[in-house]
Each structure stands twice: as structure tokens, then as C-alpha cells.
Ligand binder design. Structure first.
Ligand SMILES: Cc1ncc(COP(=O)(O)O)c(C=O)c1O
Length: 409
């Protein structure tokens, strides 16, 4: 085989479809988020505003988080030096897991290298624990759940996105005695829509199924203590297993599950993606624990309130200009473009001409024809920066002769 030609072919295909990804080289400025320095391919630099980060609340620069990280770094050094089972469990990991269990009102939590790994490792391991298990998965679940479910060596059913009637049909068609698990998300981050948590919990009760809820985009962001949408809606006790990240609203890095002590003990003991990998650096665990603790307080609520306010303002202003925004009432502001080349061109012009960085979201992250710009306002943006963004979008929409006046639900 001509390996080099095969690689050319694979990469050319992406170029032809307008979905070849390029890294934008940015350096966020501690204390000045969302400002960052952009280094162009020719080495020249300029200051930009980041509008597509998932550090939704700016916790990545919060002094309490940074000081917890500095303290742990000075106390223990850089890495953990081992897997959790072999010398890699520290007081920082234990504290972080206790903080997470408390956040979700569960007996226990288990930290992984990322939420991606937590989803993949947990879902793919369940067959070992529940022989004959059938997994019911929302059609728009994140790639990490899909990968875990693909590797899960058991029966799988895909229900249409948020379609509770379809889920019921699938559950009803299976053996009533078979063990079952429903895997879904509380916020689907590309559209910003919410999963029907209560209705799915009702079905789970009716069909004796377990519930597995990915709250990656909701933890820190919703609920009086940042426990996510299930906490906000008083439903946390009805969820058997939560999945969350430490890398988005908590501003650090890592992922986790939270569940009963027995469930966590079993996953801890059977999941290769947990067992055979180095644990998080203690400083990372310390920063994440500090961030979670802070977001449980009144200060956390203020940050959440301000973020929600800015999201509403941005949506209102873009809608006022007739931009096709996708508004489901969450903290995410996607603007529908519908073409990969236009989407990339808009993103390039925003960056080069206005110093505004928003990454184009193209296939396979979203279906073809639904390409979009996905804005993530935060409490560390200013009203002046919102204003600059709205003006830039208005100018480019006119320059590119794009449609106005339709809202995409
Ligand atoms: C729904 C969902 N689950 C899981 C993940 C993975 O999170 P992490 O970045 O911690 O791996 C993501 C990442 O964007 C996500 O959107």
C-alpha cells in the first residue's frame, strides 16, 4: 500500500468538503479572560476576544482555583506518578470525589482523565456488571457515549432525539425482565436544547431501567449549587449515574461519574479506562475541587445569573437583527449558517477583521446543512464586547448577503 497517498486522499477529502480543521493558536491571558493573544501562521500576533470557549464562567482564571492549584503544586510536585491503584491516589483525589458526590447528592464519585473517557469507559464496562443489559441511547448523544456504547458488547437501541414516545416503544418491545439503561444528556451542546429528564425518569421507573445522564454542559451552570439541570429540576435523586466534566464550567480538566457507592465501586474495579491510566495531577484535582466548592456558594450563583443574563441579551440582540439563532433557553447561543464554506468564511472574517474568535461548527460535529457559529457568553465578557460582536455579525451578515428574519428552533 502507498501509505502516503492514502493519507493525502483522506486529508484531501476533508478539504474538498470544506471541513478540514485548522488549529487557531491562542494564548489566554490569565486575569483578562476572555481576552487572548492570537498568533497567526506567519508569527504575527494580536489581541482577540474568545467567544467559543467552554470555560463558561471564567473559572479557569479564578484566584481561588489558581491558589488551590499553586498550593498543591508546591506541596506535591507535578504529576501523580501512578494509576489510582498504584500510588496515584492522593488526598486531593479523595477530596475532589467527595466534593462531586456531594454536588450530585450521590454516595460516591469517580474521577477519570476526562468526561470523554468517563463516558467511554463506564458505558463500555456495564455489560460485565449487568449480563444481558440493553442500552437505549438518544440519537444525538455525544461521541464519547456513542463510542462507549459501540464498544459495549450488548444490545443497543437508538431513540430519536428527545422522543420519549419512541423510547417507550423501544422499551416496550424488549423482554420486560432484561436489564436496561437509558443514556442521555441534560443539555445537547451544539443546539443548546434540554433533554426531557423527568419524562425519561418516569419511563425508567415504569420499565425498571437505570438512568445515565451526561451533564457535561450543565454542571456548574444550573441548579442552586451548580449540580446541573437535574438539580435545578429536583430530579437528581432519580438519576442512577451522572457524568460530568471538570474542564468546562469548572475551568480545569478531567471528568467523572457520580452514583451509588456500589456502582462506583464496581466501575472502579472493572473499567480498564479507569484502572490502567495515570491519575490526574494533584494540582488539577485541587483546582477542580476548589472550583466546584466555590460554584456551590452565593458567588457561584451570581456568576450563573450573570452568564444567563448575557446569553439572553446576546440572543435578543442577534434576533433583533434577524439572525437565525437556535434558542432553547439555555446558556449557549448557536447561529445557524447552513453551509460549511460560509461558516468557515464568517469565522475567518470575524477573527481577521474584528478580533473575534468563534470556531465554525461543521460536520461531523453537527449534521451537514446545519453548520453554525456557536457563541458562549460568559460573566467575564463585558457589555462592550457583546456590542462589538453584534456589530461585527451585523456587518458580515450584510456583506455576505445572508438571510435574515428566520429563527431556527
Ligand atoms: C456531551 C459531552 N459529553 C462529554 C464530553 C467530553 O468532555 P471532556 O472534554 O471532559 O472530555 C463533551 C465534550 O465536549 C460533551 O460535549
Amino acid at each position: 500500500m502507498d501509505y502516503s497517498a492514502a493519507l493525502d486522499q483522506a486529508i484531501d477529502k476533508l478539504h474538498e468538503e470544506g471541513r478540514y480543521r485548522t488549529f487557531i493558536d491562542i494564548e489566554r491571558r490569565n486575569g483578562a479572560f476572555p481576552r487572548a493573544i492570537w498568533t497567526r501562521p506567519d508569527g504575527s500576533q494580536s489581541e482577540i476576544t474568545v467567544w467559543c470557549g467552554n470555560d463558561y464562567l471564567g473559572m479557569g482564571q479564578h484566584p481561588v482555583v489558581l491558589s488551590a492549584m499553586h498550593e498543591a503544586l508546591d506541596a506535591t510536585g507535578a504529576g501523580s506518578g501512578g494509576t489510582r491503584n498504584i500510588s496515584g491516589t492522593t488526598v486531593y483525589h479523595k477530596k475532589l470525589e467527595a466534593e462531586l458526590a456531594d454536588l450530585h447528592g450521590k454516595e460516591a464519585a469517580l474521577v477519570f482523565s476526562s468526561a470523554y473517557i468517563a463516558n467511554d469507559a463506564t458505558l463500555s464496562t456495564l455489560r460485565k456488571l449487568f449480563p444481558g443489559l440493553i442500552i437505549y441511547s438518544d440519537a444525538l448523544n455525544h461521541a464519547s457515549m456513542i463510542e462507549g456504547i459501540k464498544r459495549f458488547d450488548g444490545a443497543k437501541r437508538i431513540f430519536r432525539h428527545n422522543d420519549v414516545a419512541h423510547l417507550r416503544e423501544l422499551l416496550a418491545a424488549d423482554d420486560p425482565d432484561a436489564p436496561k439503561l437509558i443514556a442521555f444528556e441534560s443539555i445537547y451542546s451544539m443546539d443548546g436544547d434540554f433533554g426531557p429528564i423527568e419524562a425519561i425518569c418516569d419511563l425508567a421507573d415504569e420499565f425498571n431501567a437505570l438512568t445515565y445522564l451526561d451533564e457535561v454542559h450543565a454542571v456548574g451552570m444550573y441548579g442552586p449549587r451548580g449540580g446541573g439541570v437535574a438539580e435545578r429540576d429536583g430530579l437528581a435523586h432519580r438519576i442512577d449515574m451522572f457524568n460530568g466534566t471538570l474542564g468546562k464550567a469548572f475551568g480545569v480538566f478531567g471528568g467523572y461519574i457520580a452514583a451509588s457507592a456500589k456502582m462506583v465501586d464496581a466501575i472502579r474495579s472493572y473499567a480498564p479506562g479507569f484502572i490502567f491510566t495515570t491519575s490526574l495531577p494533584p494540582a488539577v484535582a485541587a483546582g477542580a475541587a476548589a472550583s466546584i466548592a466555590l460554584l456551590k456558594t452565593a458567588e457561584g450563583q451570581e456568576l450563573r445569573d450573570k452568564q444567563q443574563l448575557y446569553a439572553r441579551i446576546l440572543k435578543m440582540r442577534l434576533r433583533g437583527l434577524g439572525m437565525p439563532i437556535m434558542d432553547h433557553g439555555s446558556h449557549i447561543v448557536p447561529v445557524h449558517v447552513g453551509h460549511p464554506v460560509h461558516c468557515k468564511a464568517l469565522s475567518d472574517m470575524l477573527l481577521a477583521d474584528f478580533g473575534i474568535y468563534v470556531q465554525p461548527i461543521n460536520f461531523p460535529t453537527v449534521p451537514r446543512g446545519t453548520e453554525r457559529l456557536r457563541f458562549t457568553p460568559s460573566p467575564v465578557h463585558t457589555t462592550g464586547e457583546i456590542d462589538a460582536l453584534v456589530r461585527a455579525m451585523d456587518a458580515l451578515w450584510s456583506q455576505c448577503k445572508l438571510n435574515r428574519s428566520s429563527n431556527v428552533a
